[in-house]
Design a protein around this ligand. Sequence first.
Ligand SMILES: [Zn+2]
Ligand SMILES: [Zn+2]
Length: 252
Amino acid sequence: MKYHIDTIPVWDAVKADTECPLCALRRKTERLLVERSLGASVMSPDTRIRVNERGFCPAHQVMMFQTSGGNRLGHGLMMLSHLQTIKPRIDKALGESKGAQRSGGLFRRIKNDKAPATQSALSAFYDKCILCEELQEQEKRYAASLVHLWKTDMAFRKAFSESKGLCVPDTEVVLQMAEEFLSGEPLIAFKKEVNTLLSDSLKRLEEELSWFTQKFDYRNAQKPWGDSKDALERTVNKLRGWCLGNEPLQDD
Ligand SMILES: [Zn+2]
Ligand SMILES: [Zn+2]
C-alpha cells in the first residue's frame, strides 16, 4: 500500500518526549479535525454531503460540543442536515420492521441470515463518523512515516532509541506497518528496538506508579515526587493510548 510520508511532524512528536509520539500526533490531528469541522468546512458542500451521510461518533460530538469558542450554530446546522438526511431512511427501516414484527421484528432478517447482531437495520445510522475515518487515515500515514524515518534517517533512529517508545496499541500498529517497509535484518532490528522500548517503559512506569501510590502514605508526604506526579496518567496512556492528562503538542 502507498502512504503519503510526512516526516517533520513525526520528528517533532518524538522530540516532545511523551509516552507515545503517535498518540501525541493522533490527538493533535483530532483537535485540528474537530476545529475544522466547526470552522470553514461547516459550509463546504463536499463536507456537508459526507456529514449528512455519516455523522459523528459520540466521542467526537463531545469534542465538538466542548471545544472552547465552539460553534453551536454550525454544530446545530450540521446535525439538522444530517437528521433530515437519515430521518426518512430510519422511518423506512422502522416501517419495514413493522411488517416483519410477527416473525421477529427488526432483527428477523438478520437472524435468518446468521449475520452479526451489529448489522441490525438501525446500526447503519449510528456506526459511522467522518472524523474517525479521517483520523484512521492520518494514523496510518504517521505510523508509516515513523517506520520510513527509522529506515532512512540514522539521527531519527538514535532519537527514537533514546525516547520512551510507543504505547501498547501503537506498538502493535508499527510492528504491522514494519512488515510493509522492512525485511531481513532491519525488520528484526526494528522489532527488537520497539519491543525493548515498550518493555523498558513498562518497567519504568511500574516504579513511577508505585511511588505515586506510596506518596499517599502520610510518612512519604514530605518526600519528593520525583517523576511520579503524573505517573497515573502516563501509565494509562502507555497501556491504552493517550486519553488522560495534558493535551499533547498543544503549543504548536
Ligand atoms: Zn500511542
Ligand atoms: Zn469519531
